[in-house]
Design a protein. Sequence first.
Length: 272
Amino acid sequence: MSDLAAYHAWNIAALRFSAAPGALSPEQAVRLADEVERAQILESRILETREAAAISLPYDRIAAAAAGWRRENPDCPLAEAELFEALHRELRVQAALDSVAARAPEADESQARAFYAANPARFQKPERRAVRHILITVNPEYPDNTEDAAHARIDSLAAALKGGAAFADLAARHSECPTAMQGGLVGTVAAGALYPAVEKIAFSLPAGAWGGPARTELGWHLVACDAILPPETVGFATAEADIRAHLTKQARRAAQVEWLRLLMNRPVVVAA
């Protein structure tokens, strides 16, 4: 295997199999060889284009990329000179693809409005709740966190809430979750983001109320709803910039895909 093929093999093996090439099964090794061959063909085709020929990269940029790659892949045996050349080729490929993408015009307001009108569901925000919780974990290895002890502790905190204690204060002092540092604040969430038992309580409460306890795989929870944000439609003025960025990204990706398709379909010219 050439040095350049070895570079591709190392990258592809890590991406596809999370392993070094030498650690792959025979079946994986066959798949890797096929992907390396395709990657080399594509790279060579791109580097033969006028787009790639117009690119000049400073030494320092290639050296920095090589040093960063080496830090992330310290066990790769590829020599420094070969690694430098591989990164030089890879960066030229990426620069060529970037230049092709840049040919696609940015999406304009009319395109953004058409997308907004055609995709109304994408601009609907569901009801969301600002949620806090207090967690007492269950862990039989600790006397204070056995099932019975944890249940008793959560019940005592519920009694304190009924007596007028502030939920955030109790969470800060007693919750066994990192959110305790924010008074138990989980955040503003839509349905589907929480454990089902916690969500059932959170989305049944009026704003400013608390409920529970609820049992999850973590332990026992008390749950509070600070605020309810009703469903809303995101207006075009708010969404326009994101829509235009999305459409521009799509157009640039499409330009790259079409360029690569034409490139790979070119016949190979064999010198006489």
